[in-house]
Design a protein around this ligand. Structure first.
Ligand code: ATP
Ligand code: MG
Ligand code: MG
Ligand code: MG
Length: 466
């Protein structure tokens, strides 16, 4: 089954069960200052969960694009994490509850997708006798494969609706097991792959910390499309599914390297495949590379992908060429990436050009500083050096740290932050009119000639970039 077929099968199955299929919301949260990105299927549906709005139908199904920056470090290293992924979810607002939610999930996995029931295991919250009994008695899962959990099986964010959850795992085989002696069903690793989380929203957490039962209970579930696709396509890694393989293949061609030969090369290829997808989608949703918030994350991902490309020997802009591959793979379900392809390519290319020019120079400077330190037997790069790389060469602090760590050297963060704060103060007092995203957007749209990125201060960047 292709990923597209799996996505459709999920929607079809839940539509048959009385759900209304809604399109994916934008990656940029609407009217929700608590979130930088939509990071779960339930996030754009929050007004339905807390009762601010009444949904058109009490049962909803979606495939939602999500970004999770907390997983950046995992990308390329685990088989199962991306910065952008799709969450397939079925939701009930005051309608069905645990019994049906568990029944639907089981039927979809073992009936529609025909997964082997013996390879599935679940976790439930230790207080959730109800869910335990449903798995044991209704589904017939043996006790050994129903594991009791604690924090990982209780979903809450501050005050408001919350509740226990039950996660479904699929055994990918011994080869992917972690080294823990306790590795078994429910272990958080690549072997016992967490595919689906069923959240039973049954309480309201009050300001005083008490949990009171909700009069109308909700169901919120999320299954990672990339993970379930890896199972269905019988590959051991999300990046080897049809969602990523064509991006990797295109990169192999451009860089003249081969996937699957050298571990480190594979990591760079996966990072590139992951980050280009995230960047293409984010730009498609209107987020341009920049210095603040979401824009900064996109700039950072793009630069990380460029740096991975340089490790593969690519000295020229190349990422922008991969955007069309992303559009080919995802365009049927996410027409926005296809429709805005030209714009996405232009934004990425411009940012790549800007970064490459300064990267080479900055990297040389950093390598010299690092060798100096090594010769002197010192192990800390000064805040001044890190700040100069940041300010003049566009090196985010974590990039400097990453490169320094490769030489066994740490960075004086406090010193760096002090200089950064001082610069911000200066920028604040100097700033008058257009700023932030608008200045940035104008700059990007006007770029027609090669430019040199001179610094991080927004006004300076936008006026000197062309
Ligand atoms: P993990 O423990 O593997 O990091 P999680 O418990 O953080 O996953 P949930 O918040 O329960 O994930 O999200 C529901 C589902 O979304 C997961 O079961 C998984 O299938 C998928 N998922 C979560 N994070 C990612 C990611 N970074 N990349 C791909 N899929 C993900
Ligand atoms: Mg996680
Ligand atoms: Mg988990
Ligand atoms: Mg989970």
């Amino acid at each position: 089954m292709s990923a597209e077929e799996i996505r459709n099968a999920f929607k079809d199955y839940f539509v048959k069960q009385g759900h209304l299929a809604l399109p994916s919301a934008s990656l940029v949260p609407h009217d929700d200052p608590t979130l930088l990105w939509i990071n779960a299927g339930m996030a754009p549906l929050k007004p339905y969960f807390d009762g601010r709005e009444i949904p058109e139908n009490p049962r909803i199904v979606t495939a939602q694009k999500c970004i999770r920056t907390n997983d950046i470090e995992n990308v390329g290293y685990t088989a199962r994490h991306q910065t952008m992924f799709e969450m397939l979810g079925n939701f009930s607002f005051g309608d069905y509850f645990k019994n049906e939610a568990i029944g639907f999930a089981w039927e979809f996995l073992t009936g529609v997708l025909e997964l082997e029931p013996e390879l599935l295991s679940v976790t439930v919250h230790h207080s959730d006798d109800e869910a335990f009994a449903i798995w044991l008695e209704k589904i017939g899962l043996p006790k050994e494969r129903i594991v009791l959990g604690d924090e990982d099986n209780f979903w809450e964010i501050g005050e408001g609706p919350c509740g226990p959850c039950s996660e479904i795992f699929y055994d990918r085989g011994e080869a992917l097991g972690c080294k823990e002696p306790t590795c078994g069903p429910g272990c958080d690793c690549d072997r016992y792959l967490e595919v689906w989380n069923l959240v039973f929203t049954q309480y309201n957490k009050e300001a005083n910390g008490e949990y009171t039962p909700l009069p109308k209970k909700n169901i919120d579930t999320g299954m990672g499309l990339e993970r379930i696709t890896s199972i269905m396509q019988n590959v051991l890694n999300n990046f080897e599914t049809d969602l990523f393989r064509p991006i990797i293949a295109a990169t192999e061609k451009i860089a003249s390297v081969t996937y699957g030969v050298d571990k480190q090369t594979d990591v760079w290829l996966k990072i590139i495949a992951d980050h280009i997808r995230t960047v293409a989608f984010a730009v498609g949703d209107g987020v341009l590379p920049g210095n603040e918030g979401r824009s900064y994350i996109i700039r950072r991902l793009l630069r990380r992908a460029v740096r991975s490309g340089r490790k593969l020997g690519m000295e020229k802009p190349f990422l922008y060429q991969l955007a069309s591959v992303v559009a080919d793979i995802m365009g049927n379900d996410y027409p926005e990436v296809r429709e805005k392809l030209e714009f996405i390519e232009r934004v990425i290319r411009t940012e790549e050009e800007r970064f490459l020019e300064t990267l080479a120079e900055g990297e040389q400077l950093l390598q010299n500083a690092l060798s100096d330190l090594q010769q002197k037997g010192e192990s800390v790069l000064s805040g001044e050096d890190a700040f100069r790389l940041y300010d003049t060469f566009g090196f985010p602090l974590d990039l400097t740290e990453e490169i320094a760590a490769e030489a066994g050297i740490t960075v004086d963060k406090e010193g760096f932050n002090g200089l950064l704060e001082a610069q911000r103060q200066r920028a604040r007092s100097a700033r008058h009119t257009a700023e932030g995203m608008n200045a940035e957007r104008g700059a990007i749209e006007r770029i027609t000639v090669p430019s040199r990125f001179v610094g991080y201060d927004t006004l300076k960047t936008s006026s000197q970039v062309v």
